[in-house]
Design a protein around this ligand. Structure first.
Ligand code: ACM
Length: 518
């Protein structure tokens, strides 16, 4: 293993030559390859200081040539064929791909073959050589993602974009934003300004662990939200990297911030709630009455306008039904709809949202709590509740993104809690992430076919700062990226660990606060 790339490419053969980037190097591209050429130039210009003009026409020695050989159209899930071929010789670099997204994945491979200083944010003096090789590469699954919780703690646009760029470097395809929760509503909705005016601010925040009683608070207001202009900037930044930004509006549970802003959304409007100041699950949830359903559709209508992603996430996890069981108005809704159980009432709520999103040409996704046979035919779930869900999803022909807490909850501890910053709990060292098998051999073919991919979760109750977010994300996201890119074909943890040591040079150039490697 002389070439060190993460995720490990499917096929790589060295040819003994070397390519050198020079002040005269040009990027040759046209048509659908142009956005990739612009991104490549942006990536390389800063640290080399070279002009790297984008040109069309005949290749000259020393050029970088980018070509899209396929149709560059998205599939029914909004993903692109990411198959690429990268050939590096002393004469130049030829990168061809089935789509512009494929070129962008190949560009990440090329960057990793150059000196790590290529990732620096200022001009560097270096020999910009890359080893000659042919890489033939493609991912095993389409959905390779990371979820960022911006509700429990808010991360500004710059940090979200930084995480998107770091995810792009690892060839991930999805960044999922958990935009709303009990502890803060973080998305401007023009029709309902109080969602952010009131719902984005909590008066104080619990200090220490939720399990440690008595609870203590910091008595300091905490807030933050994305304007619609912020979201446009994030989406554009991600689109340039061919990353789908999947927005999540978590409902009908995890809605205390919204109910605090608009009490009429809840089951007991006469009770003024406050934006939640501690962690854990609230029993206050949305009412399923027509007015609340109409309100949430209005919210989703603005979400659909802001986010071009094929998938829109409606959450759906941990919706405790105590209020629904005792609220007279809710029981009337159940009676009117012929619904016998409160769990079915959640499915009714989900399917109202799902059908609305389908009418806008979007697919619904949510936590696997929402799985039901009446949900829109093209809806999907995120599986955090155990593998039986995959069986059921395959049976009723719905897609699944794997989010098993034991392998993908990156808020879990990475090592002995005695020596780690305060975390939610759990035990997820790097080596365990690498044991995750998204397309495990024990799944049937039908189950494998139902799996769209997998993603890591950065739940943020115990992740208060960008530095801490990076500490929890890296290097574990490197492992998840490799396991989702190659699935069963990964070369083993020892091999990965060696390559990871080199990847720390890349982190260092970008001042990424990765957890030190053991
Ligand atoms: C979840 O962990 N509540 C999806």
């Amino acid at each position: 293993m002389s070439l060190s790339i993460i995720p490990q490419p499917r096929k790589i053969a060295e040819n003994g030559e070397f390519f050198q980037l020079k002040p005269t190097t040009r990027i040759i591209a046209e048509g659908t390859a142009l956005p990739a050429a612009e991104l490549l130039a942006e990536y390389l210009r800063t640290s080399t200081g070279y002009e790297l003009p984008i040109a069309s026409g005949t290749l000259q020695p020393g050029d970088l040539c980018l070509e899209v050989t396929g149709s560059d159209s998205a599939d029914e899930y909004g993903f692109y064929d990411e198959t690429y071929r990268l050939e590096i010789t002393a004469q130049g670099v030829k990168l061809s791909g089935a789509s512009c997204a494929a070129l962008i994945r190949g560009i990440q491979t090329l960057r990793q073959l150059l000196p790590a200083e290529i990732y620096a944010s200022s001009k560097q003096e270096a020999e910009w050589t890359a080893p000659g090789c042919v890489v033939e590469d493609s991912p095993s699954v389409r959905w390779r993602g990371v979820m960022i919780d911006v509700s429990r703690h808010f991360f500004p646009v710059a940090q979200v974009c930084r995480m998107i760029e770091l995810a792009a470097q690892l060839k991930l395809s999805v960044v999922h934003l958990h935009l709303t929760d009990d502890q803060g509503w973080r998305l401007e909705i023009k029709k309902y300004p109080k969602l952010t005016e009131v719902g984005s601010i909590r008066k104080r925040t619990i200090v220490g662990h939720y399990w440690d009683k008595p609870w203590k608070y910091d008595e300091t207001p905490y807030g933050g939200f994305f304007t619609q202009e912020d979201i446009k900037a994030i989406v554009a930044f991600a689109a340039k990297r061919r990353i789908m930004v999947v927005p999540e509006i978590d409902m009908p549970g995890h809605m205390v911030a919204a109910i605090a802003a608009y009490p009429e959304l809840g089951n007991y409007p006469q009770h003024q709630l406050e934006v939640r100041d501690c962690w854990g699950i609230s029993y206050n949830i949305l009412s399923p009455k027509p007015e609340t359903i109409a309100f949430m559709k209005d919210v989703l209508a603005e979400v659909v306008e802001l986010f071009p992603a094929k998938f829109i996430d409606i959450g759906g996890d941990e919706a405790l039904k105590y209020e629904w069981e005792i609220c007279k108005e809710v029981q009337e809704v159940m009676h009117a709809q012929g619904i016998k159980k409160e769990s079915e009432l959640q499915h009714y709520f989900t399917n109202e949202m799902g059908n609305f999103l389908a009418s806008k040409g979007r697919r619904t996704i949510g936590w696997d709590d929402i799985l039901n046979p009446e949900m829109p035919a093209d809806a999907a779930v995120m599986n955090w509740h155990g593998a039986d869900i995959i069986k059921e999803a395959a049976r009723i022909n719905r897609k699944v993104v794997l989010t098993p807490h034991e392998f993908t909850y990156f808020d879990y501890y990475q090592a002995d809690p005695k020596h780690e910053p305060l975390g939610i709990g759990g035990d997820l060292p790097l080596e365990k992430v690498y044991r995750f098998e998204p397309l495990d051999s024990h799944y049937s073919d039908a189950e494998k076919a139902t799996i769209l991919g997998a993603q890591a979760q950065l739940w943020a109750e115990y992740i208060p700062t960008p530095e801490h977010q990076e500490y929890m994300a890296f290097p574990r996201l490197c492992a998840l990226a490799e396991k989702t890119w190659l699935c069963g074909a990964t070369p083993g943890y020892a091999n990965f660990h060696k390559r990871l040591a080199n990847y720390y040079d890349i982190f260092a150039q970008q001042h990424v606060n990765a957890r030190p490697l053991e």
